[in-house]
Design a protein around this ligand. Structure first.
Ligand code: C2E
Ligand code: MG
Ligand code: MG
Length: 301
């Protein structure tokens, strides 16, 4: 440490920091082993069109089936590796798994898009485009439009012009892009203008609370309008009840995802789930009615 700070000085050895760093390495190593030993897997959560009642795709969400701890969720292990090379390896593994899954479902007669989440440090990595291209080439039967990439808009993405260029180059391959957790991060309007993403995903915290909180409702409404004005698709996550769905449809957002539709599920359950999916009856009731934004005050009243 003393040498790193510039030599010719001393630095006190910090035992607790040393232990922390070592523990960090151990966890990182443990997660790498988890990947190599097949303890990681993808769960899939459906996205549906509330108006038509159709299932329109799935989001792949990583899970760690820990031999002792059971099912570990991504917020409990991904942040530990976000700053390491492992985030790239796991991200590529996720893309590869999703492509394999799309292939398998196609063989069973189901051709639905799958989105994968890519961490900012992975997306910013120089090799991202080349590796994506290689992975798509390894799954030649998968139409690239069935792969969607979700990135979280945040300061971590860095230079918007650069990011915009990478997105556009990848779109040249046929894949599509969503801006995840939209509204929680950077989101200046200029930022949105310069990122050629296909879809905005309204953050689940706004959606969940919009029935009771006017400000959350205003934010949801604003994102839907923004998407419309900028010519992007919009999807709401965090749809936990039928009422959430009704309000979203009335606000002009027909695509939704959330526990109220289905929890993320293992790949093996997906085909049967799609076959048996029954939309909420309330959504059918509203499906023929379109509201204009100028009707909103009346609607809220
Ligand atoms: P996300 O991409 O925004 O995914 C949505 C998260 O919300 C998922 O949590 C999902 O299970 C949860 N969720 C879905 N519907 C509802 C709902 O109605 N109510 C509530 N309260 N939650 C809902 P999960 O699977 O724990 O993932 C958390 C985050 O971890 C994801 O947020 C994503 O940012 C990240 N993540 C997940 N899988 C991957 C991956 O393969 N790679 C990377 N880099 N990040 C991932
Ligand atoms: Mg996501
Ligand atoms: Mg999200």
């Amino acid at each position: 440490q003393a040498k790193q700070i510039g030599s010719n000085r001393y630095h006190m050895f910090d035992v607790s920091l040393h232990e922390e760093t070592r523990a960090g390495h151990q966890t990182l190593e443990r997660i790498r082993i988890a990947m190599l030993q097949g303890e990681l897997c993808l769960y899939y959560q459906p996205k549906v069109n509330l108006r038509s009642g159709q299932v329109i795709g799935f989001e792949a969400l990583i899970r760690w089936q820990h031999p002792q701890d059971g099912l570990v969720l991504p917020p409990d292990f991904l942040p530990l590796i976000e700053q390491s090379e492992l985030i790239v390896e796991i991200g590529e593994w996720v893309i590869d798994q999703a492509l394999q899954q799309i292939e398998q479902w196609a063989e069973q007669g189901m051709a639905l898009p799958v989105s994968v989440n890519i961490a900012a440090p992975h997306f910013k990595n120089d090799v991202f485009f080349d590796r994506l291209n290689t992975l798509l080439a390894q799954h030649i039967t998968v139409p690239p439009r069935l792969l969607e990439i979700e990135i979280v808009e945040s300061a971590a993405l860095g230079d918007v012009a650069e990011v915009g260029k990478v997105i556009a180059t990848c779109q040249g391959l046929g894949v599509t892009f969503s801006l995840d957790d939209f509204g929680t991060g950077y989101s200046s309007l200029n930022y949105l203008r310069r990122l050629p993403v296909d879809t905005l995903k309204i953050d689940q915290s706004f959606v969940r609370d919009m029935l009771d909180d006017e400000e959350d409702l205003a934010l949801v409404e604003a994102v839907i309008s923004l998407a419309r004005l900028f010519g992007r698709e919009v999807i709401a996550e965090g749809v936990e009840t039928a009422d959430h769905g009704v309000l979203l449809m009335r606000l002009g957002c027909d695509i939704a995802q959330g526990y109220g539709i289905a929890y993320p599920m293992p790949a093996a359950e997906v085909v049967a789930w799609v076959q048996h999916y029954q939309p909420e009856p309330q959504w059918k009731l509203w499906s023929d009615l379109k509201w204009e934004l100028c009707d909103l005050p009346l609607l809220v009243a």
